[in-house]
Design a protein around this ligand. Structure first.
Ligand code: ATP
Length: 365
């Protein structure tokens, strides 16, 4: 079990900076997600924590001990790169035993450890089968078994479900999460899939261009995005942005959107100039007496809900409403927003001005 803390960690590859001054803490037993688009520095961050890459500067602590100079082999971390990497000529039992055999373990203890892992993974019935004939799911369980049997301090996984088809991926994601809950070991998991991160993670770090944009629980990140990047990266469809020129004072709780007063949560910072109002599609309400209006330009039917795209004086906006509500293209609709759910950003630097629940989770100033 392990707590992992990284402090101002930076990584340069020649003139290119892959990770810029990252700081966050992974608590003991957490299922922790490193999330962001391709090339944002997730894998590099994971490799530095594992000891496979040296930081250019900054410190990494595992259980309070600074591990900067400790090689990967001494950090006691199981890296699950590619779950299907098994020894094809060995049966399941031998595949799982292998890491312990190479540590010199033999006899009863070896047997007990392998049996324990087989029980946790529910693969007792296939222990003596060759790995060649196993289903994809069972192969994945055996590969996990080989990582678990060492009883490492933490598991690191880099897009472990990336190659799977959607249905199987969802199934394995649930299984991985359930396995984590049974074992309680710290797990650090890299993904570019926001849905996977939201579903599986206790905490998420969102990265972009080597910068930690936000660090927090899935709901904090969804409800109180620290930046416009996070607001757009999380959620499907993402948060809508309405751009306007205006001002809001510290603690201000309303904005003027083209002559219409819109209530927003109290701001942490005041600002005058170019601002962005952020509203999630499910928080747009259709209301015949609302003064703010949009014209319907597209309707996308999704079963129980529909996504209605409207053109407003401040840009296009998508609303998720029940499909039972009849909407026609070109219709002019009054729009109301649930004040508690709105975000306001500085349009220039993209940072949130509202942050009640965000206090303490913003990873950089
Ligand atoms: P992906 O999901 O595509 O792997 P990522 O977020 O994990 O993305 P990294 O693999 O950490 O991103 O890479 C971050 C940036 O650093 C990329 O632009 C990558 O090209 C660069 N990079 C990574 N390793 C090296 C290296 N050894 N030498 C030079 N550049 C590197």
């Amino acid at each position: 079990m392990a707590q992992i803390r990284i402090q101002n960690v930076r990584k340069e590859f020649g003139a290119f900076t892959a990770v810029r001054s990252s700081s966050f803490t992974i608590e003991d037993g957490e299922f922790f997600m490193l999330l962001g688009p391709s090339g944002c520095g997730k894998t590099t961050t994971l490799r530095m924590m594992a000891g496979l890459e040296l930081p250019t500067s900054g410190e990494i602590f595992i259980d309070g001990e600074e591990v900067g100079m400790k090689p990967a082999s001494q950090r006691d971390i199981a890296f699950v790169f590619q779950m299907f990497a098994l020894y094809p000529h060995m049966n399941v039992r031998k595949n799982i035993s292998y890491p312990l055999l190479s540590q010199g373990l033999r006899g009863e203890e070896l047997k007990t450890r392998v049996a324990e892992v087989a029980r946790i993974l529910r693969i007792e019935h296939i222990l003596d089968k060759p790995v060649g004939g196993l289903s994809g799911g069972d192969r994945q369980r055996v590969a996990l078994g080989r990582a678990i049997v060492r009883r490492p301090k933490a598991f690191f996984m880099d897009e472990p479900l990336g190659a799977l088809d959607a249905e199987f991926r969802e199934h394995m994601a649930e299984e991985l999460r359930a396995l984590h809950d049974r074992m309680g070991a710290t797990t650090v998991y890299v993904t570019h899939d926001q849905l996977e991160a939201m579903q599986m993670g206790d905490k998420i770090v969102v990265m972009n261009h080597g910068v930690v944009e936000q660090f927090g629980r899935p709901q904090q990140i969804y409800d109180w995005p620290a930046t416009k990047f996070v607001a757009q990266f999380i959620g499907s469809p993402p948060m809508n942005f309405l751009e306007f020129d205006g001002m809001i004072g510290i603690g201000g709780d309303s904005i003027d959107l083209g002559g219409v007063k819109v209530k927003v949560p109290a701001t942490r910072e005041g600002r005058a100039g170019r601002l962005t109002l952020g509203v999630r599609p499910e928080h747009v309400r259709f209301s015949s007496d609302a003064a703010y209006r949009g014209r319907v330009i597209a309707v996308e039917y999704l079963g129980t809900t529909q996504i209605v795209t409207l053109s407003t004086g401040h840009g296009d906006l998508k609303a998720r409403i029940p499909s039972s509500h009849v909407v026609h293209e070109d219709e002019l609709i009054g729009l109301d927003f649930d004040a508690r759910t709105l975000s306001v950003f500085d349009a220039e630097n993209g940072k949130a001005l509202i942050s009640e629940a965000n206090e303490g989770v913003l990873a950089h100033g």
